[in-house]
Design a protein around this ligand. Structure first.
Ligand SMILES: NC(=O)c1ccc[n+]([C@@H]2O[C@H](COP(=O)([O-])OP(=O)(O)OC[C@H]3O[C@@H](n4cnc5c(N)ncnc54)[C@H](OP(=O)(O)O)[C@@H]3O)[C@@H](O)[C@H]2O)c1
Length: 271
């Protein structure tokens, strides 16, 4: 991806990683369009960054995604970078007497269906460019799940797999397919306290490392991996995967009384 002169659409551009990427791409003289549901934030961010554009989008609404994509195709036929970044994370207690299936469904809708639908709708435009890039945000938790976020982690594992197939199928087109794999970063994804959690990577540090990778690294393998996420990314290749899974989940067990869900060796949920 060239550093400047792109037309970049970023979903989930109203906060966190998407907003920070939008601001840095804008500073580098790219035409940036941010999308999200919170109109007040779209207005505030675009007002602070003259030239940046905001378009309302709820990726859970398939009619809206279709109409949005049609507007993008008509107004920005030069679109050459799509950043599929919108996502939600919700805890789920699968051992509860009643499991809330709709939580799982809403995660799948936002994190998977929204990505697939928007990508399909914009691929014809991306294929028309000399060079274009699709960046999709997965997670380090695609590789080692946190058991209290079962559908979230599975949705990101889905994206990891799907992106490999997409990359392969598009290998003879001008479309580069990149997977952005964040570690735990200071945003409000998991609630307001995450933004100041000292165990999370500061957002500015994360974005700086991502931009350095985009600028300097050979990305033919397709993954944007900062140092902090490498242990998770490669955990399955190591002999101590089970210990890594246990360590991650003992830190974040749903409740102490239920910690056996993630700590019971006879029921190894990782395999
Ligand atoms: N922060 C981390 O630790 C971390 C780690 C790994 C992966 N990630 C991934 O990074 C991405 C960005 O998350 P973040 O950490 O930056 O959290 P965030 O600040 O909560 O950002 C989430 C973004 O997604 C948008 N969004 C959510 N539901 C949407 C919907 N139905 N339609 C359109 N937009 C929607 C939100 O915008 P509106 O509310 O305005 O719609 C918001 O801009 C997510 O895919 C997340 O899974 C984050």
């Amino acid at each position: 991806m060239r550093p400047t002169g792109n037309t970049v659409l970023i979903t989930g551009g109203t906060s966190g990683i998407g907003r920070a990427l939008a601001e840095v791409f804008h500073r580098r003289c790219n035409q940036v369009i941010i999308a999200g549901r919170r109109q007040c934030l779209l207005d505030e961010i675009t007002a602070a960054h003259p030239g940046m554009l905001g378009m309302r989008l709820d990726v859970d609404d398939s009619w809206e995604v279709d109409a949005f994509a049609a507007r993008i195709r008509a107004q920005f036929p030069q679109l050459n970078v799509l950043v599929n970044n919108a996502g939600i994370s919700r805890t789920e207690d699968l051992a509860a007497d009643t499991v809330d299936f709709f939580t799982a469904l809403s995660i799948l809708q936002t994190n998977i269906v929204g990505v697939l639908q928007l990508t399909a709708a914009l691929l014809p435009t991306l294929k028309q460019q000399a060079h274009s890039t699709i960046i999709t945000t997965s997670s380090g938790l695609a590789f080692v799940p946190r058991a209290n976020l079962p559908t979230y982690c599975a949705s990101k594992a889905f994206l990891h797999s799907w992106l490999q197939s997409l990359r392969f199928q598009l290998r003879e087109t001008p479309v580069e397919v990149l997977e952005l794999i964040p570690p735990y970063v200071q945003t409000e994804l998991g609630g307001p306290s995450q933004a100041t959690d000292p165990t999370a990577l500061p957002l500015a540090d994360y974005i700086a490392e991502v931009m350095q990778i985009l600028d300097e690294s050979d990305l033919s393998h397709g993954e944007i991996l900062v140092n902090r996420v490498k242990a998770l990314r490669w955990a399955e290749n190591s002999d101590d995967y089970v210990q890594k899974f246990m360590a991650l989940n003992h830190q974040t067990a749903i409740t102490s009384s239920r910690s056996s869900i993630v700590g019971e060796p006879r029921r190894n949920p990782a395999h």
